[in-house]
Every structure is written in C-alpha cells, then in structure tokens.
Design a protein around this ligand. Sequence first.
Ligand code: BT5
Length: 332
Amino acid sequence: MGQRLEHEDILQLFRAHPGTLLSGEEISRKLGVSRTAVWKKIRHLRSLGYAIEALPSRGYRLTSVPDVLLAEEVRAGLKTRIIGRELVFFDETDSTNLRARELGDSGHPEGTVVIADRQTAGKGRLGRYWASPPAVNLYTSILLRPPILPYDGPQLTFLSAVAVARAVAEVSGLRPLVKWPNDVLLNGRKVAGLLNEMNAETEGVRYIVLGIGVNLNMRPEQFPDDLRYPATSLVIETGREVSRLAFARSLYRHLDSLYGEFLTSGFPPVIRAWEALCDLIGRDVEVDCQSRLIRGRVEGLDNDGGLLVRTEDVLEKILAGDVRPLERTVPG
Ligand code: BT5
C-alpha cells in the first residue's frame, strides 16, 4: 500500500492558510504534536525541496513547492469529479498497474489514482517493459469501474490516448498525434505508452486500470538501447523542462472530462476526438496483420475500436495489426 506521507498533515495546514505565517505553537496545537516534532516536519519538507520561510518569533510560511509528484501536491490543484478521488503515491514501486489492480481487487472506488516517481518493473504490452527512471516522467494508473460490457473495454484505451494527447498539447504547445491502436506520438516518435488492463466477468466489468507512462523530462541517454519504435520526450521536443505536477493535473482533468462524457454519451464522442488526432484518416495504408497484408484507405474507428480500412472490394475491420502509411506519390 502507499505510504501516507508523514508530513502531509503539515502541508495541508499550510495550504489551508495560503501565504499566512503560522506560529510553531499554532501548528503544534493543530496537529497535536510537540514543537520539536513540528520543527522536524519542517526540516523534512525543506529536504524535499519545499521552501519554508521562518521568521523568528512569528512563525512559518510555505513560499514554494517542488516539482515532486507528491500525492498532496497533485491533489491540491485538482478540480476533477471522478479522477483522483483517492491518490496513492509511491517513491518506488514495481508497477503502478499492479498497485492499482490490488486497489481494484480490494474495493477502492473508481477514480483512484496511483502515481510512482519510479518503477522497478514498469510493464509494456505483451510482457514488454517500460523504462521508468526516477524524477523525470509520469507513471500513473487510474482505476475505473465503467458500467460496460467486457467487449467494450478497449474503448477506454482510445479515451486515455485522447486525454494524454490533449495534456501533451496543453503543456508543450506541440501537436501530438495518435497512432492506432494506442500510441501517442510527437513528430513521429513515441512519447507515451498505454497499458490498460481489465478485470471482468461475463456480465460486466469489475474494473479497468488505465496505465499511462509519459516521457516528460527524460533525456536521450536515459532511453533504453533496444527501443522497438523511435521514442522521445517533451524536453527533447521542446528544449525546456516541463512541470510534472502541471502535466499530471492536466492529464487528470482531461481524463475526467472525457470519462464524464463517456458515461453520459458512450463511445461516439471519444471516436470523434480520437479521429481528430489521427493523421491517417483518409490516407492509404498497408496493414500487416501477421497472416495477411491489407492495403486500403483508412476511414476511421469502429464502435469497438477496430480500424476501418476500405480496400478495393470491402470495408475491412482491423482488430490487430501494424499500420503503415503508404508513401504519398510525388507528382511529376
Ligand atoms: C506500452 O507498451 O507502450 C505500454 C507502456 C505502459 C507504461 C505505463 S507506466 C504506468 C503503468 N504501469 C506500468 O507498469 N505500465 C504502465 P509497448 O507498446 O509494448 O511498448 C514497450 C516498448 O517500448 C518496449 O519494448 C521498448 O522497446 C519501448 N520502451 C520502453 N520504455 C520506453 C519509454 N520510456 N519510452 C518509449 N519507449 C519505451
């Protein structure tokens, strides 16, 4: 389980009185701890990068917060309805998806969010791994309990891709694109990975975990050597560091509004949003489906997330495969 950070109580107090000087005595009374314990908490917060002004015989004031993804920091600026109802933060864990599934199994509410500063066994799809160095990126898993049939579970993958793309656009000013089925790209390189896992029975979904890893301030030397696809990060693309906190809040806000819309209107709004971010719609592609190669023009997404490709004879629905655009013919 996530640790409840020992200094969260004092942070909450500072936040409840923004910009105000709080005397050591007042803090110790409100938290029910000794003056020495207050001083220790302040020292600990400073060691984490919080700037706390101390004015002799007047008190303490929080003047700035560090860009660490402490649950309390994320929560403080979050104005969402569902996403982030509960936040669990780990300095280190094997995989946030595993933690979120445990929380799902033990009955935690939908909207519970797990965040880790680093993962020691970050998971990709099909047993692949996700490089998760500390202090630079966002690794998060969101627990949802949508009232849908298991068959419709993959719809949430498209929803998370749209939310990630919107957050990337908002924070970087760049124009990310989505690639079917579940990649988010900047300038043709993968900037985020999505791993959504479902626990279901025939009649319905118990929960879905949306696993999201976004490369924010990761530098070229931190990428693994054996990348399957070209990869990038926001700092590589923009040349400036982004606030992990600001990104996390933006992501949860976009997820919250998309999921709210999904609950009331179903998949169609997600399809439209996803198609608007996909540059292959209307283009000629080749799809490698292992057993056969399909050539045709992409028409869009089907209701269950299949890719619709019009070949010379039929409208094919692709459920799995590798899509490549065919070279545009150069005129003349
Ligand atoms: C994915 O798999 O793209 C899904 C990644 C999901 C990661 C998140 S982090 C939070 C949550 N908790 C988890 O444990 N997982 C989720 P896939 O399409 O299979 O891509 C994996 C491949 O991408 C690897 O085989 C590498 O080649 C490459 N790769 C590994 N780390 C990368 C990184 N940080 N950025 C870009 N590519 C990476």
